[in-house]
Write a protein that binds this ligand. Structure first.
Ligand code: ARG
Length: 459
């Protein structure tokens, strides 16, 4: 005979087997066990301090929960579907170990404020882990950016060669994105880090509890100020998933570039062999699977954000069982983001740019046409007219099948008398990048300074 449900007193018949399976969450929410125990300990100590729980019972609860913690860690804990979820599994075992003291633990508490507390504690720890992984990826990017601060490559708009940039500058764009991701997650951490316990089922409790004490003990920055809100909203999980989705989108864009760059059509980078896989039929293949998978996995994290939003939108206050569905998308978003960040850091560290291919591409797209227009502006030609002059010169270059920079001076001078011999230096990629010497620009000195600044932000 399965054991009785914790709430079975009100019911005339046992729960249907299929319903039991359908409503149970223990298979996934057992991930919260460590935090469930932490929360219970803080709650029990508060109850004892307030004289609501006898000291003797507190000692028994502490002893029992410590043992349960060890059983879970060593894998000997027997999880049971009959006990529905992580909370009731632990409570049932506690009562088996220490008797009535275990039954007193749930005084002034509901699973509603308990699960919200567990989830916030869990997410807080995971956000800290994610933050570390973002820093590690930023460091890998900064090492590459510093090394290649002056390496010329084509910058693209519309995936057409636009203007020369440096490889370092390009990588620093991702450092900026990741840094914003990090800031966002820090803010989300702070809003996540509030204590729901004390809200009980929804209306609070008739016991003279001390929420501030529990919050302090659990390291929360404050309390959820309204008991209905405390047990019902999952906005912290929603905004985490939204931020995670955005971070994944940043990684996905980078992944897409790596896929393109690693293709022989571009040949801008060599990916480390250990981050690629082969084909079972085509012996020559070296596929950028890791980058492709990160690009693909961004879809599931975006899906998690959408799932949680839709999960919330129809729920009246306060707690509804719908909320049990918050866990799997959130867990998956955390796992996917952490894995993607970690694997990306390793891949980035092993990236090898191919300067020859980058340079050849820069010399193909009239990438310094804007520089010639700027040159004419400095000689007094209005920018719109300068644009027109250079556009005609580009047309001529296309006609003869050469890059604008490769046209003889005499040819260029046919388009404007203002073009002198000094125009040739302006047309080189090195001249172009060196000229963009201002905050946020691609001049190698600026890239080096940006790397130094970004490093400092991380310390
Ligand atoms: N397993 C539930 C969840 O994840 C715990 C809270 C259940 N509360 C309740 N009143 N049924 O949300």
């Amino acid at each position: 005979m399965p054991k009785k449900k914790a709430w079975s007193g009100r019911f005339a018949e046992p729960v249907d087997e299929q319903v039991k399976r359908f409503t149970a969450s223990v298979d996934f929410d057992r991930r919260l066990a460590k935090y469930d125990i932490e929360g219970s300990l803080a709650h029990a100590r508060m109850l004892a301090a307030r004289g609501i729980l006898p000291r003797r019972d507190l000692a028994a609860i502490q002893r029992g929960l410590a043992r349960i913690g060890r059983e879970i860690a060593s894998g000997t804990f027997e999880w049971s579907l009959d006990a529905e979820d992580v909370h009731l599994n632990i409570e049932r075992r506690l009562t088996a170990l220490v008797g009535d003291a275990g039954k007193r633990l749930h005084t002034a508490r509901s699973r509603n404020d308990q699960v919200a507390t567990d989830l916030r504690l869990w997410l807080r720890a995971e956000i800290d882990a994610v933050l570390k992984l973002i820093v590690a990826l930023e460091r890998a990017l900064l090492a590459q950016a510093g090394r290649h601060a002056g390496l010329v490559m084509p910058g693209f708009t519309h995936l057409q060669v636009a203007q020369p940039v440096t490889f370092g500058h390009h990588l620093l764009a991702y450092v900026e994105m990741l840094e914003r991701d990090r800031q966002r997650l820090k803010q989300i951490r702070s809003r996540t880090n509030r204590l729901p316990l004390g809200a009980a089922a929804l209306a609070g409790t008739s016991f003279r509890i001390d929420r501030a004490r529990v919050a302090r003990e659990l390291g929360f920055e404050g309390l959820c100020e309204n008991s209905l809100d405390a047990v019902s909203d999952r906005d912290f999980a929603v905004e985490f998933c939204a931020a995670a989705a955005l971070a994944m989108v940043h990684l996905s864009r980078f992944a897409e570039e790596l896929v393109l760059w690693a293709s022989p059509r571009f040949g801008f980078v060599r990916l480390p062999d250990r981050y690629c896989t082969g084909s079972s039929i085509m012996p020559q293949k070296k596929n950028p699977d890791v980058a492709e998978l990160v690009r693909g996995k961004s879809a599931r994290v975006i899906g998690s954000a959408v799932a949680l939003l839709v999960l919330m939108k129809g729920q009246p206050l306060a707690y509804n069982k719908d909320n049990q569905e918050d866990k799997e998308p959130l867990f998956d978003a955390v796992d996917t983001l952490k894995d993607s960040l970690a694997v990306f850091a390793g891949m980035v560290a092993g990236l090898e740019p191919v300067p020859r291919a980058m340079r050849a591409a820069v010399l193909e797209g009239h990438a310094t046409a804007t520089d010639l227009a700027d040159y004419l502006v400095r000689k007094g030609v209005p920018f719109r007219d300068a644009h027109e002059v250079v556009a005609r010169a580009v047309r001529e270059a296309e006609r003869v099948g050469r890059d604008l920079a490769a046209l003889p001076l005499a040819t260029l001078q046919r388009f404007s008398a203002k073009i002198g011999p000094d125009a040739k230096a302006v047309l080189t990629p090195e001249g172009s990048i060196a000229a963009r010497n201002h905050a946020g620009g691609t001049a190698p000195v600026r890239v080096r300074a940006a790397v130094a600044r970004a490093r400092k932000r991380l310390t």
